[in-house]
Design a protein. Structure first.
Length: 202
């Protein structure tokens, strides 16, 4: 079951890469529509409040309508602000109490406690962890994001004490949005790169 989910995830990633043209991290925020008069439409969906993570690139299915699209963009900003800061209030605002992780790593609690647990443990190893929202794709009731995590290994991980090594690795998330919160997700991280940077064997 897990392998089929990962295969589906890989297919979505390939589609996202095709949409982004391989340069989305440096590309301006853009729209999936083709009308010149609507080029700034996705930018108006972004919440510019101080402290919220801002997507580096944004693609939005215009058929959603502005209200629903803005809601999903905002949920993504809240979720990845949580990963960027570790602040629980952003996680609480983004995910449902019935949230389910469909690619749950071993040792992580299921449900809304899982991301909080993961963030706390990760920050024990990388206290200055940041999360860049490099690409954000909004389509139907799905949020797909490409993330870049960065920081320095100055804490402890798996019994290994960090020496200040640079940490930088990618992750992909697919989130399913319910009425007003994210209800489930699928995610995959470049753990091989992360473990090599930490100096820990897989």
């Amino acid at each position: 079951m897990r392998s089929r989910t990962l295969i589906r995830t890989a297919a979505v990633l390939a589609a996202v890469a095709g949409l982004a043209g391989g340069t989305a991290a440096a590309a301006p925020v853009h729209d999936s529509g083709h009308h010149d008069s609507a080029r700034d439409w996705p930018q108006r969906l972004i919440d510019r409040s101080p402290g919220l993570v801002q997507p580096k690139a944004l693609t939005v299915d215009r058929s959603l309508g502005a209200r629903r699209a803005a809601q999903e963009v905002h949920l993504a900003q809240q979720l990845y602000t949580f990963w960027n800061t570790g602040q629980q209030r952003y996680l609480d605002a983004a995910i449902s109490r019935q949230f389910r992780d469909n690619t749950l790593p071993a040792g992580r609690p299921q449900g809304p406690d899982g991301p909080a647990f993961a963030s706390k443990n990760f920050r024990a190893a990388v206290p200055d962890l940041t999360c860049e929202l490099s690409d954000l794709l909004i389509s139907g009731d799905r949020i797909t994001a490409r993330l870049v995590f960065r920081g320095h290994f100055t804490g402890t991980f798996d019994g290994v004490r960090g020496q200040g090594q640079d940490i930088e690795f990618n992750a992909i998330d697919i989130q399913h949005v319910g009425t007003d919160r994210i209800t489930e997700d699928w995610h995959i991280e470049d753990n091989a790169t992360l473990l090599a940077q930490l100096g820990v064997r897989a």
